[in-house]
Design a protein around this ligand. Sequence first.
Ligand SMILES: [Zn+2]
Length: 115
Amino acid sequence: MTNEKFKSEVDTLKKFYEKHCWDKHTNHKSLTKTLEYKGIKYDVELKLCKECHDLIDYSFDRLKNCPYEIKPKCRTCPAPCYDKPQWKQVAKLMRYSGMQFGLLKIRKFFARDKK
Ligand SMILES: [Zn+2]
């Protein structure tokens, strides 16, 4: 995938992990992680609990090793690279956060509509 795509995938992971972790877990810790992809380094600041930090490292690793030039959605990937237990956890948190963001959008939409 392109570096732009990689960067946007990292941002999405960060957004979804943090939403879920902030709502569900305690003991958040800020850490800056440096990711390298195709010779370019990215600093990502993350505020997560210990377990989510570990899990997102796993997600970043999988993302870096994604063999597709045009990355499919992980959900519809023909060759899923996540191990089962991690996939279960990540699918759950993505679903949760996706729903929360979806609700926010709907609320904003109606708020705007009223004016
Ligand atoms: Zn967490």
